[in-house]
Ligand binder design. Structure first.
Ligand code: ASP
Length: 434
């Protein structure tokens, strides 16, 4: 495949893979075989291996990412107050982002075409009735049940069953308390988890290198069954996500800068433009972190104390674009299945999107892992994730840019509320809202 040519950027590789997959899918359809080998089965095989590889890394990646993130906060006592303020601020902006996504996905309803669920056009074959019955009576009891599931009786069983809320909760506790033990042990255990985290990042990168092939399989499989009708709902899903991300990046965050930080948003965009572009081209907020720190410190003139604390924390727990995307994607999939989402179910999605966006690692395609958690929580099949893979890479670039910009806004606003007057030549003191 052309896509394997050396030096070609991953997003181009994926784009080429999608084009090739469309051609092959249309050409072979579902029943063409050569020498007894059915093409559709080959596409299915490739796509399934890729999806399995993504699922394989979920538990260790989420655990290591949360444990390391929480440990880095609980490690430093003097930063407790700043930590609480930063965490609350970041949770608030993530919630705003999710709400923007929630409103748009309900208004535009990309999963519904001409009044009918887009499931068939997207090649979703599973029985929607079955999932509808699972979702039907979501009510107060289910919210209580989510909290119950957050405290699993058996952590290993939770991991085996893919009950990730329990894993997330356990990892939070573990990350926090592992830094409270005798220093000697704390260092050992921290090093261990840091090593696990870095190893998992490498494995994820490896899997992403195969993304063009995986995407080829998944797209060709869909196209072989449905033809091009699959692209219409995907296009409106794509536009919904882009619109929501744009509203958050160009309206909501600038308003926060202006109202709380008393800073001209344009100055912030200018100061952060190298980091935003880097985030866009790498799809990794972790990889962008060094540049984000440099832009915030050198261009926006935030103190080193604030920068070096707020930004690494932000890169770990604050993912506005990701949280928004998770919410839109999960509701889109539910719409495509023709499921009516009650207020309670939507509330559950918002809650889990917020929680998982905290746990997601700042690496390419990390959201996919989080979306499977949401799908599992509300009772939808994990394999439905396949339909959004086609658009994922480009949307990943966009949401990562939003993630990084939001982190930097946090640093600037927190810095201003800490009394740093030099930041971006703000006009007068920051408000004392936070
Ligand atoms: N790629 C994103 C980031 O690094 C995470 C994601 O949404 O997949 O910020």
């Amino acid at each position: 495949m052309d896509a394997k040519k050396k030096g070609l950027k991953l997003h181009w590789q994926i784009l080429i893979a999608i084009v090739l997959a469309c051609i092959c899918g249309i050409w072979t359809g579902k029943s063409t075989s050569i020498w007894g080998v059915n093409f559709y089965e080959v596409y299915n095989f490739i796509g399934t291996i890729f999806l399995n590889a993504l699922k394989m890394i979920i538990v260790p990646l989420i655990m290591a990412s949360i444990i390391c993130g929480v440990a880095s906060i609980s490690d430093n006592k003097s930063l407790g107050r700043l930590g609480t303020k930063t965490i609350l601020y970041y949770m608030f902006t993530s919630l705003l982002a999710i709400l923007v996504g929630l409103v748009l996905v309900n208004l535009i309803a990309p999963g519904i075409i001409d009044g009918h669920p887009a499931g068939q056009a997207l090649g979703l074959t599973q029985n929607a009735q079955l999932f509808a019955s699972q979702l039907k009576d979501k009510g107060f009891r289910d919210i209580v049940e989510i909290f119950t599931r957050m405290v699993p009786a058996n952590i290993v069983k939770a991991a085996v069953n893919g009950e990730l809320l329990g894993i997330i909760f356990f990892s939070f506790l573990f990350g926090y308390f592992m830094m409270k033990v005798t220093k000697e042990y704390a260092i050992t255990v921290k090093n261990f988890w840091q090593a696990v985290f870095e190893t998992m990042m490498l494995i994820t990168m490896l899997i992403m290198r195969f993304a063009p092939i995986g995407v080829f399989g998944l797209v060709a499989k869909t196209i072989a069954v449905t033809g091009f009708s699959a692209f219409i709902p995907l296009l409106s899903f794509f536009i919904t996500v882009l619109l929501a991300l744009a509203i958050h990046m160009f309206i909501v965050l600038p308003l926060m800068l202006k109202l709380i930080g008393r800073i001209k948003p344009l100055r912030q965009f200018k100061a952060m433009s190298p980091a935003i572009l880097m985030a866009f081209s790498t799809s990794s907020s972790s990889a962008t972190l060094p540049l984000t720190m440099e832009c915030v410190e050198k261009n926006a003139k935030v103190s080193n104390r604030t920068t070096s604390f707020v930004l690494p924390l932000g890169a770990t727990i604050n993912m506005d674009g990701t949280a928004l995307y998770e919410c839109v994607a999960a509701i889109f999939i539910a719409q495509a299945y023709g499921l009516h989402l009650s207020f309670t179910t939507q509330f559950i999605i918002v809650f889990v999107a917020l929680l998982t966006s905290v746990g997601v690692a700042g690496i390419p395609a990390a959201s996919l892992v989080a979306i499977t958690i949401i799908l599992g929580t509300i009772g939808l099949p994990l394999s439905a994730i396949g339909i959004i893979l086609v658009t994922d890479r480009f949307l990943d670039m966009c949401r990562t840019a939003v993630n990084v910009f939001s982190d930097s806004c946090g640093a600037v606003i927190i810095g201003r509320t800490e009394g740093e007057k030099q930041i971006l030549a703000g006009s007068g003191p920051a408000t004392n809202l936070i």
